[in-house]
Design a protein around this ligand. Structure first.
Ligand SMILES: C[S@@+](CC[C@H](N)C(=O)[O-])C[C@H]1O[C@@H](n2cnc3c(N)ncnc32)[C@H](O)[C@@H]1O
Length: 546
């Protein structure tokens, strides 16, 4: 998208410096029409941003991905730096331009994805009715270019009662400009502040707010500066750190809204923060799909009230919204899930069926198996070939070769056995075990197969070897793990495209049913579990259905 900005020029010398190229190279880009010159020494800023994004964004900037955060920060666009100094620039366009100018690399490293305005607006609509009045105070402690601050204005919060902080001075300048353009009020409450240092680590909240709402940085990288300073109970993840920050900023009985990656809601390492949130009154859980270009993670939101729970409140319902569906779940039901996962994408009927089957006696794979990962060569071009030669001797399989019918390699590949050179390789005796059960690591559904030929696998396939005799035949276990029932259980609990060992170790193995099996019969399993399959692949309790 070409944007027209009032001051949209940048010096040739600055471009050369930023991209570490010679002036001659920059002139060559002008000659070949890649960027547009405004004069002999200046370049049209918009064409430069497009050029960085489309032409060199994936090449040159990616090569810099390993640089330190400070170096990465220095790469922030000169163009936007110049443009944002203009109060007259269109703030919304500038915000978009600024976000575009953060290359994918920087976005990933720093976890910076500004929240789309429709999501901001939607999150405000899920606050309880009457929660906003003339006195309501609001804060986004990492406000970026101000999307939530503008959302707060639209939701009816008085501009003088809205605060926004961010560590990025350029983003703050854009936020101030946008806020001024929208309200005519130049807010002293939108400030460049390291909120973590100022309000969490020093434990001196500026004041408590009625509503705190934000999309914090995601991932481990944004938190690196604080890792040594953090209390040990806080895991080194930005979402957890900013949840703690927001909880320290929101008033007792106040409201907190957070947009977070799906992992926060469903993977084991986030259990402690989920357990903490379950001590508050949860109001709404929302799934916004995958709104961030280039990110695999889903964005999901939680809205809660900062109010210690009475036992009775656990019986109250949480509104769950996903893919145009809306259900009510008892808050208690999340406490009953393994690792307190917030599996809010299932109906109360599915939840009842799940709790029913999990109330039967079962074993799990935990401490019963040795686990191994597929090989990561680090350079498949060098170490993997589709032709078997003197060098490429070992047939190797991928996750895609694990099919419902078994292991089928349509494009068989061969490995150069230079195991010491590989980035990741399990102890060789694990690949060479007489029997192992392999599974696709990246997959929306469970795909398992039995390997009794000591095969090698690449990293899209992982495996386990049963160490304890559970009394289940290997082939039966494979059928069971691939079954429609287990796929439903897995999806109901985790709803992820990554099949993680920790999750597999939680899955129920109903020995009373499985140890007697000589042929796996899916219908007999449903009968044993007292559940019926629905046309959409979900399950319900037999008695509620009949
Ligand atoms: C994912 S972006 C979201 C921005 C904004 N809340 C939104 O939803 O559009 C996260 C923001 O956190 C900011 N940030 C990171 N560390 C911070 C810190 N210690 N203090 C304040 N802001 C911080 C980043 O600069 C970035 O603008």
């Amino acid at each position: 998208m070409m944007l027209s900005l009032p001051i949209a020029s940048v010096q040739l010398t600055e471009v050369a410096q930023e991209l570490s190229v010679s002036l001659a190279t920059v002139r060559n880009w002008i000659k070949t029409g890649k960027i547009v010159a405004l004069s002999s020494s200046t370049i049209d800023a918009t064409s430069y941003v497009d050029f960085k994004k489309n032409t060199i964004g994936t090449q040159k900037l990616n090569k810099r991905a390993n640089k330190t955060q400070t170096q990465v920060a220095q790469q922030l666009s000169l163009v936007t730096h110049l443009a944002i100094e203009s109060i007259s620039a269109n703030g919304d366009e500038l915000s978009l331009l600024y976000e575009q100018s953060l290359s994918n690399t920087i976005q990933n490293v720093k976890g910076i994805y500004y929240t789309p305005l429709h999501i901001v607006a939607d999150m405000f609509t899920h606050l309880p009715v009457d929660s906003i009045n003339a006195y309501t105070t609001f804060c986004d402690p990492c406000c970026g270019t101000g999307n939530f601050l503008l959302g707060a204005v639209d939701a009816g919060i008085s501009p003088g009662k809205i605060s926004g902080f961010d560590i990025d001075p350029q983003a703050i300048q854009i936020a101030q400009n946008r806020f001024f353009q929208k309200t005519g009020y130049f807010s002293p409450n939108i400030q460049c502040v390291d909120s973590v240092k100022a309000y969490l680590l020093k434990n001196t909240p500026p004041q408590n707010y009625d509503i705190v709402m934000t999309n914090p940085p995601w991932g481990k990288n944004p938190i690196k500066p604080y890792t040594t300073l953090l209390p040990s109970k806080i895991l080194p993840d930005a979402c957890i750190l900013f949840t703690e920050l927001c909880l320290s900023l929101v008033k007792q009985e106040g409201l907190l809204g957070l947009l977070l990656p799906d992992a926060y809601f469903n993977i084991a390492s986030f259990q402690s923060i989920r357990t903490r949130l379950l001590t508050k009154k949860l109001l709404v859980l929302l799934d916004y799909g995958k709104p961030f270009k280039g990110l695999q993670a889903r964005a999901e939101a939680i809205i809660l009230q900062n109010k210690a729970l009475q036992k009775a409140t656990l019986e109250e319902t949480v509104t769950c919204i996903w893919e145009k569906q809306k259900t009510n779940r008892k808050q208690q039901s999340f406490l009953e899930q393994p690792e307190h996962i917030f599996n809010f994408h299932i109906t109360q009927q599915e939840e009842d069926a799940l709790q029913h089957v999990l109330s039967k006696p079962y074993e799990t794979l935990k401490n019963k198996a040795a686990w191994g990962m597929g090989i990561v060569t680090g350079d498949n071009q060098q170490y993997v070939s589709s032709i078997q030669t003197e060098d490429y001797t070992i047939p190797v399989y991928k996750g895609a070769d694990i099919k419902q019918q078994g292991l089928i390699a349509l494009n068989q590949q061969f490995l150069k056995p230079q195991f010491q050179q590989f980035q990741q390789v399990a102890p060789l005796h694990l690949y060479q075990a007489p029997k192992k059960i392999v599974y696709r690591f990246i997959s929306d559904s469970l795909r398992f197969a039995l390997d009794d030929q000591q095969r090698f696998f690449l990293n899209s396939a992982n495996f386990f070897i049963l160490e304890k005799n559970l009394g289940i035949k290997d082939a039966i276990l494979v059928h069971y793990l691939n079954s429609r029932f287990m796929n439903w259980v897995f999806k109901s609990l985790y709803r992820t495209h990554k099949v993680l060992r920790k999750d597999l170790e939680q899955l129920p193995l109903f020995l009373d049913f499985l140890t007697d099996c000589t042929v796996f019969d899916e219908q007999a399993l449903h009968h044993y579990l007292d559940i019926t399959e629905q046309p959409d692949g979900t399950f319900r309790l037999k008695r509620t259905y009949s």
